[in-house]
Design a protein around this ligand. Structure first.
Ligand SMILES: *[C@@H]1O[C@H](CO)[C@@H](O)[C@H](O)[C@H]1NC(C)=O
Ligand SMILES: *[C@@H]1O[C@H](CO)[C@@H](O)[C@H](O)[C@H]1NC(C)=O
Ligand SMILES: *[C@@H]1O[C@H](CO)[C@@H](O)[C@H](O)[C@H]1NC(C)=O
Length: 379
């Protein structure tokens, strides 16, 4: 069990107990005035709920509680934490709908959120996403005013943050120095839950600084919003294993940094967009959609289905969808909240495929430094 005194220290800044076999409840944290910035409890066997007292950890920047057995609802009460950057709750037993946030400024600094492999249901939390301003504006090397030299790890991505604003990706003993402000990474992983309904078009289209979006393995329906074409920093988009229908919007061909794209196992049809990155995706990005045609699939498009035609889902339609969605949202109503958290820092031993993929991505990105520097995103 985690010793109770852990939560009581007023000077502790970094607590990393990842990759152990701690079990039982998480003791109350931040009962007193505290300095906790990073809490990494991922990859243990912790149970019960997140201690509500964590809302008093006013300096908390990164919380990783991923890969435990926590059974709780979405910790909306952590939304008051003004400097929280990363919230990793993946692979637990979090459940229930994520309702409306109590105010319009919940999680104001959030850059990384991983809710994957839980039992969340209902609509995607669009009212929260609306407030995630840090995912909206591409930052031009503002420096890490919040961190000194620290080792941070999410469940899936492990990286160092060092004083010089360099990020070192660590996987399987390979070290890649990546000259970048640590918080340039913007990530949403809502995969493998029970989210349903449409992808909120206008809200998702406003999160322009996103690098990584994974909505795979839910029961999302409706069209793929063409507003995704506005996420110009996006490098990875996984929408596979949902119930999405309609065409793949041609606007996605504008995403020149997209390195991973997966829409397999949906109900999509029509031509696959041509050009740019779409020349690089292979057949297994599209499998399990009987209606798709065009390269790289062997099925040719019929005469009228030229790949260059704009998709039928115009942006107006998307806006409309967004509107209906918001209406539905009020019907669904709040009703959520609480839980606790944790997250961060730790092992460089994770070695799942995604990891390698991510590292590979960064490695390749380093090569394209010149191209991106012109846009002020690389030093
Ligand atoms: C997205 O999430 C699914 C399920 O959690 C996972 O299998 C898949 O590898 C993820 N995609 C990416 C690009 O990381
Ligand atoms: C992309 O952003 C521009 C500028 O804000 C906006 O006018 C346009 O409608 C957006 N396009 C989509 C497809 O969301
Ligand atoms: C896309 O996802 C499916 C399952 O969700 C997986 O089988 C397939 O390998 C993925 N494609 C790529 C290119 O990763």
């Amino acid at each position: 069990m985690l010793p109770r005194c852990l939560g009581k220290s007023s000077t502790l800044e970094i607590l990393i107990l990842m990759f152990n076999s701690f079990n039982g409840d998480i003791p109350p944290f931040c009962a007193k005035k505290n300095s906790l910035k990073l809490v990494g409890l991922g990859y243990n066997r912790l149970q019960g709920k997140l201690p509500r007292s964590m809302a008093d950890c006013t300096r908390l920047e990164f919380l990783n509680i991923g890969n435990n057995q926590i059974s709780d609802i979405f910790p909306s009460w952590l939304g008051v934490l003004q400097v929280l950057r990363g919230l990793i709750l993946g692979s637990n037993a979090f459940h229930g709908i994520i309702g409306k946030p109590p105010t319009n400024h919940e999680f104001p600094n959030l850059c990384i959120i991983d809710l994957s492999n839980n039992l969340f249901s209902g609509m995607l939390p669009s009212k929260y996403m609306e407030n995630w301003n840090f995912m909206k504006y591409v930052v031009a090397n503002k420096g890490s005013q919040y961190f000194g030299s620290q080792y941070i790890s999410t469940n899936k991505y492990t990286y160092y943050i060092v004083v010089s604003y360099n990020m070192i990706i660590h996987v399987k003993g390979v070290e890649l120095t990546y000259v970048e402000t640590p918080y340039v990474l913007r990530l949403i992983d809502f995969s493998s839950n029970r989210f349903e309904g449409e992808i909120p078009a206008s809200i998702i289209g406003s999160l322009r600084a996103l690098y990584f979006l994974n909505l795979s393995n839910n029961t999302l329906s409706g069209h793929i919003p063409s507003s995704l074409g506005n996420l110009t920093a996006l490098e990875s988009l996984d929408l596979s294993q949902n119930k999405l229908s309609g065409r793949i919007p041609g606007s996605l061909a504008q995403l020149t940094f997209l390195e991973y794209f997966n829409v397999s196992h949906n109900h999509l049809w029509g031509p696959i967009p041509l050009g740019q990155q779409f020349g690089t995706f292979l057949e297994d990005s599209y499998q399990g959609n009987s209606g798709l045609c065009g390269k790289p699939l062997s099925k040719k498009c019929e005469g009228s289905e030229s790949s260059r035609l704009p998709p039928p889902s115009s942006f107006e339609e998307d806006e409309e969808a967004g509107f209906t969605f918001e209406f539905d949202w009020y019907v669904v109503l709040p009703g959520v909240v609480s839980g606790l958290v944790v997250g961060v820092v730790a092992g460089n031993t994770l070695a799942d495929k995604k990891h390698e993929w991510f590292v590979e991505t960064f490695r390749r990105r380093r090569k394209s430094t010149t191209a991106r520097a012109t846009r002020g995103r690389r030093t």
